[in-house]
Design a protein around this ligand. Structure first.
Ligand SMILES: [Zn+2]
Length: 349
């Protein structure tokens, strides 16, 4: 945020963009691309010591299994992917602002919605393989039990994938991503190695809850709506002569607007996070109830929650402010209480 603010609210950012653009003959699209990369690299370099220290702490507590080589590779690949996607989006934005000086924000807003939907669909096949490799769960009792569970759930799946998460972490996790033909359930290999079968089933049942409720698609559509609204707001902010003057940009069609646009996006993300998590907590609680209904096994569910909190070293009952801002899931204490309530209701005639 500090780097974004310094580059976006002073002429330093605009100067950086022009400096990058000079050797390529100041062609606007190249200037935007190089400007985005320059801002991304500066931001990454400034935050690098803190990231490295975070990795040292994760190593110290046995959470990370990443070698420093792999860590470096992850930093490079994620910075490059982020910068490339951001550059594409900003080239489109500046292009629209140049072509349609009055209606560009509306067109960009519609474009953002489309991008979110396409991105979420392609994510599992384009981005995830850049970090992990995925294998079908090996044939056996557990695999056929899980496929039966999916059948019983009314959402048959072709396959359950196992990711090589243990290359990086000792944490236990599973998730569902994509929709339509790219939908997939992924379980970390750490889960298969360390948890008994009924706990793996409980975890997969939670993911099947997301599938049954169409949560990825709903989340994507909400994200598209949010993205469209966010870009419309961005358009409004970029029409402010005061902000533009501060940033040293002539208008939204000037490549020098890049650092200011990136700052506004960063601010938007900061504000949107708690709203997103408020929705996420509801969705996650619903998937938990679904998992309990599907497996009828609150003991395994509670054991999973305990195990997850233990091996991921997460606070079972974090402070309210943390929960409100960062909590994408109900807390461990809340999830265990939910399972106990479920069991109590089940016992009553
Ligand atoms: Zn979930």
């Amino acid at each position: 945020m500090a780097v974004s603010a310094v580059l976006g609210l002073t002429r330093l950012g605009a100067r950086l963009v022009r400096l990058m653009g000079a050797p390529v003959g100041n062609r606007w699209a190249l200037q935007v691309v190089l400007g985005v990369f320059a801002v991304a690299v500066v931001g990454r370099l400034v935050t690098l010591p803190l990231s490295a220290y975070g990795e040292v702490v994760r190593h110290r507590y046995g959470l990370s299994t990443r070698s420093w080589g792999l860590w470096t590779r992850d930093v490079l690949v994620s910075t490059a992917i982020d910068a490339a996607l951001t550059a594409l989006a900003l080239v489109a934005l500046v292009w629209l602002a140049r072509r349609a000086p009055r209606a560009w924000w509306a067109l960009a807003s519609a474009g953002a919605a489309v991008l979110v939907v396409v991105g979420s669909f392609l994510w599992p096949v384009v981005i995830e393989p850049a970090f992990n490799s995925f294998q079908s769960m090996p044939a056996g009792q557990l695999r056929s039990d899980l496929l039966d569970l999916a059948e019983e759930n009314g959402t048959p799946v072709q396959d359950v994938l196992v990711s090589d998460a243990s290359r990086r972490t000792t944490a236990l996790n599973a998730y569902v991503s994509g929709f339509g033909s790219t939908r997939r359930i992924v379980v970390y290999d750490t889960v298969l190695d360390r948890l008994p079968d009924e706990q793996v089933e409980s975890i997969v049942a939670h993911e099947l809850g997301h599938v049954a409720n169409g949560d990825v698609l709903t989340g994507t559509l909400l994200g598209a709506l949010g993205g469209a609204g966010g870009v419309a707001l961005l358009g409004w902010a970029l029409s402010s002569p005061r902000l533009l003057r501060r940033a040293g940009a002539q208008g939204p069609g000037d490549p020098a607007v890049v650092p200011l646009a990136l700052l506004l996006v960063a601010v938007g993300t900061l504000v949107a996070t708690p709203v997103q998590n408020l929705v996420s907590r509801q969705v996650e609680a619903r998937a938990d109830v679904h998992a309990l209904d599907l497996t009828g096994d609150p003991e395994a569910f509670i054991a999973v929650q305990r195990g997850l909190a233990g091996s991921n070293l997460s606070d079972p009952s974090p402070p309210a402010a943390w929960r409100w801002y960062f909590g994408s899931h109900p807390t461990v204490a809340e999830r265990i209480a939910l399972a106990e309530d479920w069991a109590r209701l089940e016992e009553q005639p």
